[in-house]
Design a protein around this ligand. Sequence first.
Ligand code: ADP
Length: 204
Amino acid sequence: GSVPLDDIPVWTPAAGGSEPNRYPRNEELDQKISLYSGDITKLEIDAIVNAANNSLLGGGGVDGAIHRAAGPLLKKECASLHGCETGEAKITCGYGLPAKYVIHTVGPIAQGGVGETERKALRSCYKNSMETATENAARSVAFPCISTGIYGYPPEQAVHEALATVREFLDAHHDKLDRVIFCVFLPTDKELYLQNLPLYFPAA
Ligand code: ADP
C-alpha cells in the first residue's frame, strides 16, 4: 500500500550534537523535514523527485522503479519533454503513482571525481526541483539520494549538498513548502542523514 503524508513523521532534532551547527535554529522549519527510509514510489504526497538521466526516457535505480510503478503513460509524457539538462528539473503527472507529480532532475555523473562543476550541478538539482514544486503548488516533496547510485557521487559528500540546499531554500521560502522528505533507500544513507541533519536543522 501507499504511505500517506500524515504517516511520515516529522524529523525532530536532538539537542547537543558533537559537531558545531552549520546553520542556526530556524523554528519555522521545525515541522517541515522528514527522513523516510524506504521506497519513494510508495509515497502519497504532492511530488516525488526522480534521479533521471538526460534523455528522461527511463533508466535503472530509482528511475526504473518510478517508471515501473507509474506505468507507460509516464514515459509517454517524458518523451514529449525533449530531455533535461544536468542540474535542471522538469515536472510530469504521477500517473499510477500515489504521488500527484514526478519532478525529474538530472544529477551530475561523478565517476571522474567531484569538483566544483559536479557540486554546483547537484545543488541545482535540489534547488530547481523545489522551485518546480512550488511553481506547481506542490507543498510536499520527497528526494532520493540524487547521483549517489549509478552516477557515483560519494554519498558522504552528497548529503551535505542536499541538506544545505534544502536548508537555504526553506530559509528563503518557508511559506511555500510544508514538507521536504529525504527518502533514503540504503541503511548507510540513513546513517549519513541521521548524522548530518542536526548540523543543518539544529534543535537550538
Ligand atoms: P543516480 O543515477 O542519480 O546515481 P540511482 O537511481 O542509481 O541514481 O541512485 C540514487 C539513489 O536512489 C541511491 O541511493 C539508490 O539506492 C536509491 N534508490 C533506488 N531505488 C529507490 C527507490 N525505489 N526509492 C528510493 N530510493 C531508491
